[in-house]
Design a protein around this ligand. Sequence first.
Ligand code: PA5
Length: 474
Amino acid sequence: MKNKAYCESMRLTVDYTNMMSSALGDKGFTDKALAGYAAQARQAWQFVADNRGKDELYMGWTELPYNQKEIVADIKATAKKIRKEFKYFVVLGIGGSALGPIMAFTALSHLHYNDLPDKVRKGPKFFVEDNVDPVRMHDLLDVIDPKKTCFNVVSKSGATSETMAQYLVISDLLEKAGVDLKNNLIFTTDAKKGNLVKISESLGGVKSYVLPDGVGGRFSELCPVGLLPAAVLGIDISLLLDGAAYMDKLCKQKNMYKNPALLSAVLQFAAMQQGKNIGVMMPYSDNLKYLADWYAQLWAESLGKNKTLDGKACNVGQTPVKALGVTDQHSQVQLYAEGPYDKVITFLSLGKYKYEMPIPHGCRDIPDVGFLGGHTMEELIQAENKATAFALMQAGRMNYTVTLPCLNAFTLGELLFYFELQTAYAGAMLNIDTFNQPGVENGKKATFALLGKSGYEAKKAEIESADALQKYTV
Ligand code: PA5
């Protein structure tokens, strides 16, 4: 673990001034109104504290920063071998099994990683197949050589149609190329159950990592689901877990004003109570672009529920919207500033970018352009970030800013754990099961039925009866 001074220098901060009435007038929360949520916040904190690590509640993810010493050592050794032996690394998976690896890849790798010369990249080209679009699979096969590729098949159930269809395409190709499948495959799956376990046995034992029982897909980035791909990219996975542990430590505070994830959950919960059912995630960093995708799944699948824990009907949740600063200033910000008062905007900011990129002097005779010279692109993006938050504040729009001092494995770990805890606290305040996903399961079953999987005949008949409804088309 890094020392105290390092941790403090890397601490994430949450500035929620623009959620408060001092900035927004009657559109913001008064100190008193916010304090009114303190009791609920304490209960939510207690719920998370009491249930940490409980597999039966799918809260095993809270312990991931602490209980993976041996697994991390094994992953590092495997990743070293993969980096030497393979030209390509492909993750086959979807949803929680894909969004984390895509997010960490984009956050901590060169933005044109796969285009770098081999000597600079020093590891395999990296792909994550988060869909079953046939064109995507076809085009992937145009740019990789399966014989020189390590395929990491990630599925907790081993029964997800998308992932298993990807697996069938790839295993058929490898077989036809005369490759001993187990040399080019790594599975990340359940310890004992599931089809990947059976497939591994039938292939004579495929190298496999465990997706722990109490860790659901969207909370899995800090287990082998995310750690293996990250290590293959050369990311320091121990530092990632240290960052998560540091955030966990900060959030041991029961007092919501001292606990960044709890306070953020309270702000979002209080905003939802006012009908702010849209949550915009707007990172001012191309590296964090897919953090917004990862967060969208975490927030939507966890909070979008129709039943409270005591069985009462409800329809809760906040629709996550992905935006990118500054790009979406020229696209969506008009709506945020002048459209309905139904959103909370979360800005993700960086205190320091990896590069500053000076803007040279030029066009001195055209003041509209010349004023930019002598500044840096870092100054420009930070100014635009600040200006947008200010303009939205002036328009009475709730927004708050989460700032990382810089982006590295430690701060990314902090950020991920902050959002995971925020989600757990918000779910507890909404009194729902944050960790199930019955709505997703229903769609999975309907797909099985449509493709004729045995045991799903009744579902198929149900879907066909919907086909008989009067059609309206134009
Ligand atoms: O968050 C979730 O649980 C889902 O998005 C799953 O990760 C996704 O459906 C893939 O499931 P599995 O890992 O069983 O293939």
